[in-house]
Design a protein around this ligand. Structure first.
Ligand code: PEP
Ligand code: MG
Length: 316
């Protein structure tokens, strides 16, 4: 069994009908990249950079400290792409345990890109560190919680400014692809506009479910209503995947849904070709990929979308 799993690690993730599926890893610290490689990930689909910022008594990592952390992950991945998400603190990820979030409702408050854009100097410190890390291997920048086109424009302006600051200093940096998290229903509904600005998209289904269903993902009292298979959630996920495919741009899922083997067939049927998950989930998802015919799943996926009880259809 051990040997079989080792072999599986080096087996490309290809469906029976020869569709190549990209299986990427989610990491929280640069040191996790080694586990991603060991699990057979073909890149990092989500580096949650906020873990470098949390639990430090509010003292944020400076540019060099961040650069070294991002570079470590990039070098560890040996030429495979590393998708680094800009800091996503707030809501379920407070900067510090003792930190008092003054938002009335932290999930709807100044979190993620909103927090970054509220302090442009801090934001550009992170962007410069990421751009410098990109001199050591392929890096993709990912922005969390975007909902407004005005936020997209502000974000991209800050990236330009960060590059200009590096130029002025004569610092070395590399090219990057730019991507948006689709994790607010508003973003999913205007995905065409998002695709005008970004090279790739990543569906943050954890938050997309929370905001679509108005269920706080951290509130146990309503946990039974947190339903990844709600038809409204599936509709948004399906539409984003389809629009990305139409425009020839990569769409990934990096929420928990991507690592759930019970969801693999449905996501493949909806046209998803890139999944990012905890390293420990990769082999199981790959096993599922290897035994399906993605073409045959497409019609069935449409039926699941139209069903008022998708969970029952998946259980069959
Ligand atoms: C998500 O929302 O699905 C996601 C991947 O981001 P996080 O879980 O870090 O909010
Ligand atoms: Mg999220």
């Amino acid at each position: 069994e051990r040997e079989r799993l080792t072999r599986l690690r080096h087996t490309p993730a290809v469906t029976l009908d020869a569709q190549a599926i990209e299986l990427l890893a989610n990491i929280e610290q640069p040191g996790d990249a080694a586990a991603a490689l060991r699990a057979g990930a073909v890149g990092v689909g989500l580096f949650r950079s906020e873990f470098l910022f949390m639990g430090r008594g509010g003292r944020l990592p400076d540019e060099d400290e961040q650069y070294l952390a991002y570079r470590e992950a990039v070098q560890c991945m040996e030429g495979l792409p590393v998708t680094i998400r800009t800091v996503d603190v707030g809501a379920d990820k407070p900067l510090d345990k003792g930190y008092k979030d003054r938002s009335l409702n932290p999930a709807l408050g100044l979190r993620a890109i909103r927090w970054s854009l509220s302090d442009p100097a801090m934001f550009r410190t992170q962007l410069r560190a990421m751009l410098r890390a990109a001199a050591h291997g392929p890096v993709r920048l990912l922005f969390p919680m975007l909902a407004h086109v005005s936020e997209i424009r502000q974000t991209l302006a800050q990236v330009d400014l960060a590059r200009a600051e590096l130029d002025a200093r004569g610092a070395v940096y590399g090219p990057v692809q730019l991507g948006a998290m689709i994790e607010v229903p508003a973003a999913a509904l205007i995905v065409q506009q998002f695709l005008r600005y970004f090279d790739f998209l990543s569906l943050g289904t954890n938050d997309l479910i929370q905001y679509t269903l108005a269920i706080d993902r951290a509130d146990e009292a309503v946990a039974h209503l947190y339903e990844p298979l709600h038809p409204a959630v599936l509709r948004l996920v399906a539409d984003v995947i389809a629009e990305g495919a139409r425009q020839g741009k990569s769409v990934s899922v990096c929420g928990e849904m991507a690592g759930d083997v019970g969801m693999t067939r449905l996501l493949l049927g909806l046209g998803l070709r890139s999944f990012s998950m905890q390293p420990a989930q990769i082999l199981a998802v790959k096993q599922e990929v290897l035994r399906v015919d993605a073409r045959k799943l497409a019609d069935w996926a449409l039926q699941v979308l139209a069903s008022d009880d998708p969970a029952a259809m998946l259980a069959q």
